[in-house]
Design a protein around this ligand. Structure first.
Ligand SMILES: [Zn+2]
Length: 263
């Protein structure tokens, strides 16, 4: 699977060369979106990613820095689809699955798009939204995604769903873990066995706190990318990276927009 980071910073004020959280997975000819922060469509398009091969969209939680690019993505998919050569229109009659922990927010986005882009109703793309829970939420053509709630948005009221999740993503015998936003670094524990690539957020914690936790709990991973980087980390990214490497060595890096990983 090919992973492209489209946005590597937290929901801070704008940061030069960095956008809010999003990345894509390309696998077996299908495209998957994990979160959809600002400019995700723009960056993916510039990277030559085939937007019309979109199969599913996964939203870790409904905070704006993870969904602000979603209305635009949906709008661009409609436009590209309506302009595509009918013989090559990948999405005609197809469904895009949307995994979203809060369907009210999803419905609000769709409503907004309908008001701002009236042609939206005349499309061939059907969206199938799912309010997912803990466990395997997607398993198709060798790509498996397991979700586990975390405490970033607190514990839900009785009878209400969890609103924030982390993911474990497996394909072709490789695996990576995406923390999403966390309440605490230990929130990812249930998703850990070992992994090739671990993306941990550094918007709510400093890099050294995350690295210290992973070292103390003897987590097994080949590479650790700090994503969702906050302003404190980005103010001295080199210094923060060094602090992380002092604890875990060269396998630590600070993620940047447009980084690509082939697992
Ligand atoms: Zn965030």
């Amino acid at each position: 699977m090919k992973i492209t980071i489209l946005g590597s910073c937290a929901g801070t004020e704008p940061m030069p060369g960095r956008h809010h959280s999003s990345f894509t997975i390309e696998h077996n000819g299908s495209l998957f979106w994990i979160d959809a922060g600002e400019g995700c469509t723009y960056t993916a398009h510039l990277r030559g990613i085939d937007l019309l091969s979109t199969r599913a969209i996964f939203i870790s939680h409904p905070h704006i820095d993870h969904i602000e690019g979603l209305p635009h993505l949906i709008s661009i998919l409609e436009k590209l689809n309506s302009r595509a050569d009918p013989t090559s229109t990948v999405l005609t009659g197809k469904t895009i699955d949307v995994y979203f922990p809060d369907l009210e927010v999803w419905e609000a986005i769709m409503k907004m798009n309908k008001y701002t882009f009236p042609a939206y109703d005349n499309n061939n793309i059907e969206y199938k939204p799912t309010c997912y829970k803990d466990g395997i939420i997607f398993d198709e053509k060798g790509l498996k995604i397991t979700a586990m709630h975390n405490f970033h948005m607190g514990k839900p009221q009785k009878g209400k769903p969890w609103l924030s999740y982390s993911y474990r993503i497996e394909a072709d015998g490789k695996c990576f873990v995406y923390s999403g936003d966390l309440g605490d670094p230990e929130d990812v524990d249930p998703l850990f066995d070992s992994c090739d690539l671990l993306f941990m957020e550094a918007g709510h914690f400093q890099v050294d706190k995350v690295c210290r936790y992973l070292k103390d709990t003897k987590k097994s991973f080949k590479q650790l990318g700090m994503i969702h980087n906050g302003r404190e980390v980005l103010a001295d990214a080199q210094g923060e990276l060094q602090k992380g490497r002092d604890i875990l060595g060269d396998k630590v890096f600070i993620a940047e927009d447009e980084m690509v990983f082939n697992l």
